[in-house]
Design a protein around this ligand. Structure first.
Ligand SMILES: [Zn+2]
Length: 169
């Protein structure tokens, strides 16, 4: 199944009938919500993502950013704090913030708190634990209040956790 985010083009209204979670604009169909795309006999709908069964409201989790759009990022959850093993079934969870690109980058490792099917970075502990350079994919270092790539010298912005690269979470 394909994962879509609000605004993703799904197809034309000639190819498909519009179902739940889909809107039409000038003959084109777009996802109205984040979720899985389901096509059933030409009827297309977006099924909203459900929170992982293993996760509860307020849980602190560790995950990896697998997609970044303008206002949304997708984080694949690997671990839950207090449970000493990887989650059996990995699930994506959305992270939403204004100026998202100043918050997280693709392939970053992040720590956040579960709220609904979203992840919050609200206090100093939460945020990016390991940032990956968007140019050369090296692990970035944080010094003098700047996040810098030791390989290509690129400087980027993130919402850094106070545990950045400390190996703890
Ligand atoms: Zn770099």
């Amino acid at each position: 199944m394909k994962f879509v985010l609000p605004g993703d083009r799904i197809g034309s209204s000639e190819e498909f009938f519009k179902g739940n979670g889909v809107y039409e604009e000038q003959g084109e169909l777009y996802a109205a919500i984040a979720g899985w795309l389901v096509v059933n006999d030409k009827r297309v709908e977006v099924k909203g993502i459900n929170r992982l069964a293993e996760l509860e409201e307020g849980d602190v989790v560790l995950g990896k950013v697998v997609d970044v759009r303008q206002k949304f990022a997708l984080v694949e959850i690997d671990r839950k704090k207090g449970v000493d093993r990887d989650l059996v079934r990995k699930e994506v969870i959305t992270f939403i913030a204004p100026n998202l690109r100043d918050f997280v980058g693709l392939h970053d490792v992040v720590k956040g708190r579960v709220r609904g099917n979203r992840l919050l970075f609200e206090d100093s502990e939460m945020g990016v634990l390991k940032a990956i350079c968007s140019f050369c994919r090296s692990e970035m270092i944080f010094e003098d209040d700047k996040l810098k790539c030791p390989v290509c010298g690129n400087i980027e912005k993130r919402k850094i956790s106070k545990d950045y690269r400390r190996g703890v979470w």
